[in-house]
Design a binder for this molecule. Structure first.
Ligand code: GAR
Length: 209
């Protein structure tokens, strides 16, 4: 069960699959007032072992776990269950924060301009299908770029192809490993621009109510 309705804030669901450091950044930003137009009322994980679930619990945010496997391996059945859960919670905006599954065109159309995603590179570099998590940083280091970063964008039918909301550059340093670079991109870029972009979109949805 999602949190009860409060005022007119935009009701946000955060979709996660792993550690949930971006979810934590959002939770902290809501507490500190950086996010003031929206309220995280639900966390959904497609991985029962995601540490993000613990973060949600610690923050007192209701969570739901659903896997494609539990839905007979069908994306359609998985998304139907997801939509039912989101509707029951009155969700108006969705944040993909390390959610490692591509959503269907049908799902995206239903929440058009209401889904945002954080990606750990400067789109259009190192993005699209197959570029997720550490793979993105391996690719950036493999190419030899000197600057990388993170992007928050709206989600459309093209993987990582939606309108860009915010970007932040991060310098690559000599001797960087994918793990070291991932951490720096998170600390210097993702955890900063995701909450800010979230507030921007939540505020415009709230205004449009
Ligand atoms: C983050 O770096 C996020 O940008 C990336 O996965 C990590 C999740 O970490 N997402 C993608 O690569 C999506 N294409 P977190 O669970 O600690 O937030």
């Amino acid at each position: 069960m999602a949190k009860e309705k409060t005022e007119m804030k935009t009701r946000i669901a955060v979709l996660v699959s792993g550690g949930g450091t971006n979810l934590q950044a959002l939770i902290d930003a809501e507490k500190s007032g950086i996010i003031k137009s929206g309220e995280i009322v639900l966390v959904v994980s497609n991985n029962p072992d995601a540490y993000a679930l613990k973060r949600a619990e610690n923050a007192g945010i209701p969570s739901a776990v659903m896997t494609r496997k539990d839905c007979g391996g069908s994306r359609e059945a998985f998304e139907e269950k997801l939509i039912a859960t989101l509707e029951e919670a009155g969700i108006e905006m969705i944040v993909l924060a390390g959610f490692m599954s591509i959503l269907s065109e049908r799902f995206i159309a239903k929440y058009r301009d209401r889904i945002i995603n954080v990606h750990p590179s400067l789109i259009p570099s190192f993005c699209g299908e197959g570029f997720y998590g550490l793979k993105v940083h391996e690719a950036a280091l493999g190419y030899g770029v000197k600057v990388t970063g993170a992007t928050v964008h709206f989600v459309n039918e093209i993987p990582d192809g939606g309108r860009i909301i915010l970007q932040k550059a991060v310098a690559i340093r000599k001797g960087d490993t994918p793990e070291v670079l991932q951490k720096r991109v998170m600390q210097q870029a993702e955890w900063k621009i995701l909450p800010r972009a979230c507030e921007m979109v939540a505020a415009s949805l709230k205004k449009a109510k």
